[in-house]
Design a binder for this molecule. Structure first.
Ligand code: SAH
Length: 214
């Protein structure tokens, strides 16, 4: 391992320590995944020097989009708690990093990205990293992915004004969904489907890019 790779590995270790110590992330599966995944490779090369890929903040990935802050990735994944064998839908593939973290949990991930250049980039990196259980599609997340519904977990990483009803329909019984909702003042919202009814709760205030319409 050369010096550069060692430095990246150390930066990844520090990122995980911060997740544990400051942000109280406890799920070892998720900490292990984030310790292992080369987050910097998910940031397109042109943007890699703009911000520390392992820093405690989002980073630009082109097309005015960002890869989420490590804490937000860890927090949403922990809260949704995907279990091996489950089916997960992500709206907003972006860099593909969040999809990779979830894919490490032994699930099948279906992820939709509206910007063709980002969908292609994510697909390439995910393939290079060996994730055969992530399926990337370029399209409009408001429609979900009916061919593979229902999903045990739905995660949104871009913010609609309201929870899209189509996505609630595509949530399986026992399913969990988390996404940012709102225009200026956004909140993470978590929905749980039990016995055919949906219970919705507000969670953390956040700042995500909008979920745009086709
Ligand atoms: N999860 C990403 C972060 C994505 S940022 C990661 O790990 O890097 C949010 C992404 O949502 C952007 O790439 C944006 O293009 C995408 N997006 C916005 N509106 C969308 C829509 N209607 N359907 C699918 N993707 C959308």
């Amino acid at each position: 391992m050369d010096a550069r790779e060692k430095a990246l590995e150390r930066a990844r270790g520090d990122m995980v320590l911060l997740l544990e110590a400051r942000y109280r992330i406890r799920d070892q599966r998720i900490l292990d995944a984030m310790e292992k995944i080369p987050r910097h490779l998910f940031i397109p090369e042109t943007f890699r020097s703009f911000a520390d890929p392992y820093g405690d903040h989002p980073c630009p990935i082109g097309y005015n989009q960002t890869i989420s802050q490590p804490y937000i990735v860890a927090y949403m994944t922990t809260t949704l708690n995907p279990q091996a064998g489950e089916k997960v839908l992500e709206i907003g593939t972006g860099s593909g990093y969040q999809a990779a973290v979830i894919a490490e949990l032994g699930v099948e991930v279906y992820t939709i990205e509206i910007i063709p250049g980002l969908a292609e980039h994510a697909q390439t990196v995910l393939k290079e990293q060996g994730y055969t259980n992530v399926h990337v599609r370029c399209g409009d997340g408001y429609k979900g992915w009916p061919e593979h519904a229902p999903f045990d977990v739905i995660i949104g990483t871009c913010a609609p004004d309201e929870v899209p009803p189509v996505l609630v329909e595509q949530l399986a019984e026992g399913g969990r969904m988390m996404l940012p909702v709102g225009e200026w003042s956004q909140r993470l919202v978590i929905l749980r489907k039990r016995g055919g009814t949906v219970v919705q709760e507000d969670d953390l205030p956040v700042r995500f890019v909008p979920m745009v319409r086709e």
